[in-house]
Design a protein around this ligand. Structure first.
Ligand code: PAF
Length: 280
């Protein structure tokens, strides 16, 4: 596995691979890799000749300095996991390499980012779109792999690809879960044993809500029941629970036949912010 730390080296590698007619898959990550990330790498390896993984904790997508400071960083351990999963090149840049100067360009995805993560983390999707655009330009992939756990990120990157005419296929991969239902996340490593024991409630609440949606319970009632179930456990501070249209991500007041319903939750648990979602 090649390891590149400069943008120029990654660009040259991608160029060489492309000229050789090889298909490139890109797996952008912020590191602290878990089985969910490795599943993206494995899928990329099955679909492409070359898999470029990036490990970069992107400061511009954090609106909370504490969150950025505490984000787990373990580049050596990440590198050791990537090659066996099928990664052929790892890009491990510094902040200065990605942002030699602060980006002046600002992304605005309209209604798509006025809800959920975008509403609660101002500037988050501007930071995501900035770094993902840079990685797309440097790695020149044919396909890019993202986890469905960040459903709104998937929708934003899809919009980015369309709006900026990137010739890239976005592959959204299912959320991997622990045996008790907790969605795999780099942030789980920061949960205390007590918080970790409480954490599966997030998925249980989503599943209960999905059952209500299938029974036709109106969105406002589904949302209220989910928030009440989370608030009943003192360990949780819910941030939002949304019953949203699966494509536009806008909150629903009723259901339309044949349209997917996306249930999304964000909550704080022992100082760690967790998100999860299911399609009902
Ligand atoms: O999902 C993530 O880990 C990040 O948002 C991404 C896509 C790597 C951009 O920094």
């Amino acid at each position: 596995m090649h390891v590149f730390t400069t943008a120029a080296a990654l660009r040259a590698h991608a160029e060489t691979q492309r000229r050789a007619g090889r298909r490139l898959g890109l797996v952008p990550t912020m590191g602290a890799l878990h089985a969910g990330h490795l599943a993206l790498v494995q899928r990329a390896a099955a679909d492409n000749d070359e898999v470029i993984a990036t490990v970069f904790v992107n400061p511009t997508q954090f609106n909370n300095p504490d969150d950025l400071r505490h984000y787990p960083r373990q580049p050596e351990a990440d590198a050791a996991l990537l090659a066996p999963a099928g990664c052929t090149a790892l890009f491990l840049p510094t902040v200065e390499e990605i942002y030699p100067q602060p980006a002046a360009l600002r992304f605005d995805f309209g209604p798509l980012e006025r809800v959920m993560e975008g509403a609660h983390r101002p500037g988050h999707f501007n930071g995501v779109a900035t770094v993902v655009s840079k990685l797309f330009h440097l790695a020149r992939p044919h396909r890019a792999y993202f986890g469905q756990k960040d459903a709104q990120q998937v929708a934003v990157v899809r919009q980015l690809i369309t709006d900026l005419s990137f010739d890239i296929e976005l592959v959204a991969c299912p959320t991997l879960r622990e045996a008790d239902g907790l969605a795999m996340s780099s942030r789980n490593a920061r949960l205390s044993p007590e918080a970790r024991a409480a954490a599966p409630l997030l998925h249980q609440v989503l599943q209960a809500a999905a059952a209500q949606v299938r029974q036709g319970v109106v969105p406002a009632q589904v949302q209220a029941a989910a928030l009440a179930a989370l608030a009943a456990n003192a360990a949780f501070t819910p941030e939002y629970f949304e019953v949203a249209d699966g494509q536009t991500l806008q909150p629903l007041v009723g259901y339309a036949a044949g349209r997917p319903v996306l249930l999304c939750v964000a909550a704080w648990l022992g100082g760690v912010r967790l998100i999860d979602n299911v399609v009902a």
